[in-house]
Write a protein that binds this ligand. Structure first.
Ligand code: C2E
Ligand code: MG
Ligand code: MG
Ligand code: MG
Length: 283
């Protein structure tokens, strides 16, 4: 009896697996088509000075709404593109669009762009990024690349090379989701970064959980000592911002300051939030 049930379960599981694989393949095809049709978009979320709320830059976040599948999260389609080997094509399109948008922002604002772990394993990444910037005409000094600790871990030598070469060209490197990946502290010693983004897992509990507050405090102190800039991610309430300001955290990002928005809405945001927007010099 147990044998029969066992066999039955195998049938059910393999059907589920087959369905899952079919779904992933459909998603892959739809995404490939969207890239070709230039239908994957990029939105921008403000990064601000916590002390006065002034905007200092924007993080680019990929957005894709498929006619049949609806909204698909980048947390789903970015890993899929990595797995299926076309993250390069996707990322190049996204960086081009993001850089084009950044051209109409005040020149002192930076563009922060997420790099996937697969790109940090590919020695061609440096050239692809610099070529895209050159084509669009965005100064490398205005670009920051967000990478995760886990991504740096997987291919340390190649990642190190890419980071060093890009920094030499003026691009800054920021460590994303800090505190949630592998071997955080060792990475900070061995690699050269410019900025650390404290994961929202700590930030969201900063006013209610003493442990989170202490962790954030320690990260800020460590970054001060290492001469790294700090951004707190996932600030949703004024109380979070006040607490972070009190702890000496210089920069922040989150729904409290602004949600990711398309390039037109981002320009409107700047008109409202950036002093002298109409008179300053652009890129
Ligand atoms: P991430 O780089 O850590 O981006 C921050 C995520 O937190 C974004 O989710 C953003 O919309 C969300 N967020 C911002 N403020 C708040 C807040 O106050 N509360 C909450 N609950 N969430 C907030 P999103 O856009 O869904 O992106 C998810 C992840 O997908 C990103 O995490 C990043 O790892 C990846 N991703 C997005 N766009 C790209 C891209 O162009 N290239 C690559 N390689 N990865 C991307
Ligand atoms: Mg990021
Ligand atoms: Mg993050
Ligand atoms: Mg994240």
């Amino acid at each position: 009896r147990s044998k029969r049930r066992g066999r039955g379960q195998i049938t059910v599981y393999s059907r589920e697996i087959a369905q899952e694989m079919k779904r992933a393949t459909q998603l892959e095809q739809a995404l490939r088509n969207a890239i070709i049709a230039d239908a994957v978009d990029v939105h921008f979320q403000p990064i601000v000075r916590i002390s006065d709320g002034g905007v200092v830059g924007f993080e680019a976040l990929a957005r894709w709404i498929d006619a049949d599948l609806g909204f698909v999260s980048p947390a789903v389609f970015v890993p899929l593109a990595e797995e299926r080997g076309f993250i390069d094509a996707l990322s190049e399109t996204l960086l081009r669009k993001a850089a084009e948008a950044a051209l109409s922002w005040p020149r002192e604002l930076f563009l922060s762009f997420n790099l996937s772990s697969a790109q940090l394993m590919d020695p061609g990444t440096t050239e692809t990024i610099l070529a895209t910037l050159a084509r669009v005409g965005l100064d490398p000094y205005r670009l920051e690349l967000e990478i995760t600790e886990t991504a740096v871990m997987t291919s340390a030598d190649t990642a190190q090379r890419i980071i060093t070469d890009l920094r030499q060209q003026g691009v800054r490197i920021s460590l994303d989701d800090f505190g949630t990946g592998q071997s955080s502290l060792g990475r900070l010693r061995d690699f050269t970064f410019d900025k650390v983004k404290i994961d929202r897992a700590f930030v969201s509990r900063i006013t209610t959980d003493r442990a989170s507050e202490h962790i954030v405090k320690a990260i800020i102190a460590m970054c001060d000592g290492l001469n790294l800039a700090v951004v707190a991610e996932g600030i949703e309430e004024k109380a979070d911002a006040d607490k972070l300001n009190e702890l000496g955290c210089a920069m922040g990002q989150g729904y409290y300051y602004g949600r990711p928005a398309d390039s037109a809405a981002t320009l409107r945001y700047l008109q409202e939030h950036y002093r002298d927007f109409m008179t300053i010099e652009r890129a």
